[in-house]
Design a protein around this ligand. Sequence first.
Ligand code: DGL
Length: 265
Amino acid sequence: MSERAIGIFDSGVGGLTVLKEIGRQLPGEALVYLGDTARVPYGTKSPATVLRYALEAAAFLVRQQVKMLVVACNTASSVALEELEQRFSLPVVGVIEPGAERAVALTRSRRVGVIGTEGTVKSGAYSRAIQARDPQIAVTSVACPLFVPLAEEGWAGHPVAREIAAEYLASLIDHRVDTLVLGCTHYPLLKPVLHQVLGPAVELVDSAEETARLVATLLDSLHLRRQGPPLPSRYFVTDVPTRFERVGGEFLGAPLAGVEQVMID
Ligand code: DGL
């Protein structure tokens, strides 16, 4: 069982930030990634639609015989995690709980900000997860939809990104948050501009890093950690792979080739 791969899915290319972290923290693991590029974005879609997409993506990875499922997409984690846990008999890890856990550990002022897609923010999943751990924490959540195309266009360091970030983050500055959860797959690419706008004292919680840590802990506790020599990751997408390979290569900081197109619905 431990020889099997970890299955990771996202609406598209963004979940590669999670795959990259898992690969860095767990270099011995085989990884299978599915990006639902034919139906991206999930962040603007209704919970019912995202749930249906997530179930199909998970079923595809389960057919690849994975030993664990990682829902890299914050939007899908916000609305589909419970249902996925109920429907599939393998461990399922989402990005919300690990990010929330870290934010609660880091905040001193008990004022926490959360940024994500419209769907993630509307779901209230991060606020619930944070306040379940500490009801005294005030959570301010802001949807930042333009951050996704900025990251994909390679414009995270462009002056326009700073202007947009200043607009989006104004209410978080007003609320004097001391910790900010990056509740979307793409946002780790924007860390420098977020630091510039919020100031260096605000702690940024990278859900990808925290999720990889949880995956490591779970694999150990379930005796599922793979011991063999490293294997190349496998990548599947639901639309033609051209754009995924180009943008994904930028996200990974390494060339991405051999991506296969599949039907999952
Ligand atoms: N992967 C999505 C998330 O983390 C962002 C892109 C989308 O809207 O599909 O919420």
